[in-house]
Design a protein around this ligand. Structure first.
Ligand SMILES: N[C@@H](CCC(=O)N[C@@H](CS)C(=O)NCC(=O)O)C(=O)O
Length: 223
């Protein structure tokens, strides 16, 4: 088995799915969960091909783009279903989970102005949330296995779990109508391969890291 080093910030966002895939596959990896100062040092040293995180280092190469890495690990570890029809269904769920996060990111961590943040959050729960979440809720309602595709866990389950888990941290009341998504979250979180990590995971608030990066960017501009 090749060695893997996965570098991302020490908070959970989209790239958290890859950390969970390593654990679910039982594949050892170095979880290089770093703060904004370490990120800045890697960037300054020219170690980040796109100047951003995450990166995956394996067999002497560096790979970028969270979704590309996620698909690679899912395929490599057998979490991509059986055949292209499964892959299509998996991609539908994964892309919906990604969209859920894309629209949530402004109020979850990017928008610092309180009024604008509240507006973005309100807009989310009036338009994007009610459009995207019922699609996944219905998928689970129609599943006899409790998984998104087929009879086994795939990257669709992990990706949706991650998106719902992030929303749950910030908006548990808004998620209350989505009973199947909530019980799916509980079910995935109780997977014996994840419980230790999830119980011990100490991820700093995203906002704190984001503000740290902004401060470093300002400092660089004023030099
Ligand atoms: N499309 C890229 C986006 C990566 C990205 O936006 N990374 C952010 C953190 S989530 C980052 O490194 N931000 C630091 C910066 O841009 O200064 C991916 O999905 O990997």
């Amino acid at each position: 088995m090749p060695s893997y080093k996965y570098t991302y910030f020490h908070f959970k966002a989209r790239p958290e799915t890859c950390r969970l895939l390593f654990l679910l596959a039982g594949v050892e990896y170095e979880n290089n969960a770093i703060d904004h100062d370490k990120y800045w040092a890697l960037k300054a040293a020219g170690k980040l091909p796109l100047s951003q995180l995450p990166i995956l280092e394996t067999e002497g190469k560096v790979f970028v783009q969270s979704r590309a890495i996620q698909r690679y690990l899912a395929r490599k570890f057998g979490f991509y279903g059986n055949g292209i029809e499964d892959e299509l269904l998996i991609d539908e769920a994964v892309e919906t989970a990604e969209e859920i996060l894309d629209y949530a990111m402004p109020w979850v961590y990017r928008e610092l102005d309180e009024k604008k943040n509240a507006e973005s959050r309100k807009d989310y729960w009036e338009s994007h949330g009610p459009r995207l979440l019922p699609f996944l809720e219905k998928r689970l309602e129609g599943s006899t296995s409790g998984f998104f595709v087929g009879d086994a866990l795939t990257v669709a389950d992990v990706s949706v779990f991650n998106a719902v888990d992030i929303l749950y941290d910030c908006a548990p009341e808004e998620l209350a109508p989505y009973k199947h998504l909530l019980s799916h979250r509980t079910r995935i979180a109780s997977n014996p391969k994840l419980t230790k990590y999830l119980g011990e995971r100490q991820l700093v608030p995203i906002r704190q890291t984001f503000l740290g990066i902004l401060a470093l960017k300002e400092e660089e501009k004023s030099k």
